[in-house]
Write a protein that binds this ligand. Structure first.
Ligand code: ZN
Length: 442
């Protein structure tokens, strides 16, 4: 499910089981300033975000033409508009706001023409820079990091990625995604890839725990108009549970702190050429102990983009977007996502998901399955990121297949011969990677 990685400003679809979260979370980011004394006072930084280092962008001077920059801004990254002083595209330069209070700007110089572009500095390698590969090893030398979404295990209920039908096995998204990653890894290695796990257990990557965030949670709630926040959730179905210190400190732990920690691992230690974020989707299931099952089942993939105007107000998010644009990850992740989408669609038989609104996403590419969206993971990992969202876990079909577990070959599920849902997922992603890299590395 992607909503957990949603930027806090995101509009929530009416289907979201978390819809009530929005009012509290939306303003989280505006508050950090007051509680982060290590940051310069004037920085407007998102939750647990870091102070942007604008000087890094000097390395990208004259690496992009005005046309390329303008197209990426207009068609992919800033499709929902933004305040006019944030980014101003002129003839030879772009002026990007670093800090509104001090009226400081970063000036990006464009390359004058396509063949005058300086080379882009980056730690990941674009496919076209990889040596040709033999047909049986199309992934030779490629460094792939697998990021199985969520934590699962004993954290699954806290993450609200848990439901149980009667006395059947509980469905925990974090366990399902790890299972897929563990099936996928040896297959990728057979084809020559070097594979890393961003997570390979049910334990968090972050050293922090919810209790570490109680004070921040309390301050956030007070600032959001809950003058005397309750400490604890009394009843899991309490509609006001999101106004408790417990609920807020938990989300600061399992979402913000955990994903930022994973990003540090990817960016400073693993240095992969590609991150694959593996998720299962869901429709709102209501009471997790008596969940609603649905006939809806679908597939989509995400790449970074489609920033909201409010998100671009944050100095760190705006900086991270510009760095992403300049490192040209989109040139790699979009055709890759499109290729994986085609093999996943073919092998799963799932139709493309249509977001109920266009408030937060922008359809991109040619497959009909790929959207741009500003999620923490797609933004923070400094390399191409393809984020997979197949299967509605609480659909009748996927639920039966999850209950059937993993197995070799095919079995009859609801009267149809099917691979295990985990193998189908892993195979279909693998086939997309093989198709993309075989074509590109002939
Ligand atoms: Zn998920």
């Amino acid at each position: 499910m992607t909503k957990e990685y949603r930027s806090p400003n995101d509009k929530i679809s009416p289907r979201s089981p978390r819809a009530a979260t929005d009012s509290v979370i939306r303003h989280l980011l505006f508050l950090l300033l007051a509680f982060a004394p290590t940051l310069p006072a004037a920085d407007n930084v998102s939750v647990l975000g870091s102070h942007p280092r604008w000087s890094v962008l000097e390395n990208y001077q004259e690496t992009i033409t005005r046309d390329e920059f303008g197209q990426l801004i207009n068609d992919v990254y800033c499709t929902h508009g933004f305040a006019p002083d944030l980014i101003e595209i002129n003839e030879k330069t772009a002026r990007i706001l670093m800090n509104r209070e001090t009226q400081k700007f970063f000036r990006l110089r464009f390359a004058e023409k396509d063949d005058g572009r300086k080379s882009v500095p980056r730690l990941w390698r674009p496919t076209k820079s990889l040596p040709p590969a033999k047909p049986e090893k199309p992934l030779l030398g490629l460094k792939i990091a697998l990021d199985p979404g969520h934590l699962g295990g004993r954290w699954a209920k806290m993450e609200e990625r848990w439901f149980q039908v009667g006395n059947r096995s509980p469905v925990q998204e974090g366990d399902l995604t790890l299972r897929v990653a563990r099936l996928l890894a040896p297959r990728l290695r057979e084809l020559g890839a070097k594979v890393f796990f961003v997570r390979n257990s049910n334990e968090p990557t972050t050293q922090k725990r919810p209790d570490d965030f109680r004070e921040l949670a309390r301050k956030i709630l007070i600032k959001n108009g809950v003058p005397q926040p309750r400490a604890d959730v009394l009843d899991p179905n309490d509609p006001e549970k999101e106004q408790t210190i417990r609920w807020q400190s938990e989300i600061l732990f399992y979402r913000y702190s955990e994903i930022r920690r994973r990003a540090a691992l990817v960016n400073f230690k693993l240095h992969p050429d590609l991150v694959l974020c593996l998720h299962f989707n869901a429709e709102g299931w209501g009471d997790p102990n008596n969940p609603t099952l649905t006939d809806a089942n679908h597939l989509h993939l995400l790449v970074n983009g489609s920033y909201l105007a409010e998100e671009l107000e944050f100095d760190d998010e705006r900086f991270e977007m510009i760095r992403r644009i300049l490192s040209r990850g989109y040139d790699e992740e979009l055709p890759l996502a499109d290729t994986i989408a085609v093999t996943m669609a073919r092998e799963t038989g799932l139709p493309p998901y249509q977001y109920p609104t266009t408030n937060t996403t922008t359809k991109v590419g040619t497959s009909g399955y790929v959207y741009a969206r500003n999620l923490l993971a797609t933004r923070l990992y400094r390399c191409p990121v393809v984020y997979c969202e197949p299967y509605v876990m609480n659909s009748n079909d996927a639920f039966a297949r999850i209950q059937a577990g993993d197995y070799k070959g095919t079995r009859s599920v609801n009267g149809v011969e099917r691979k295990s849902i985990f193998r189908e997922y892993a195979d279909s992603v693998l086939d997309g990677l093989v198709a993309y890299y075989s074509r590109a590395r002939k």
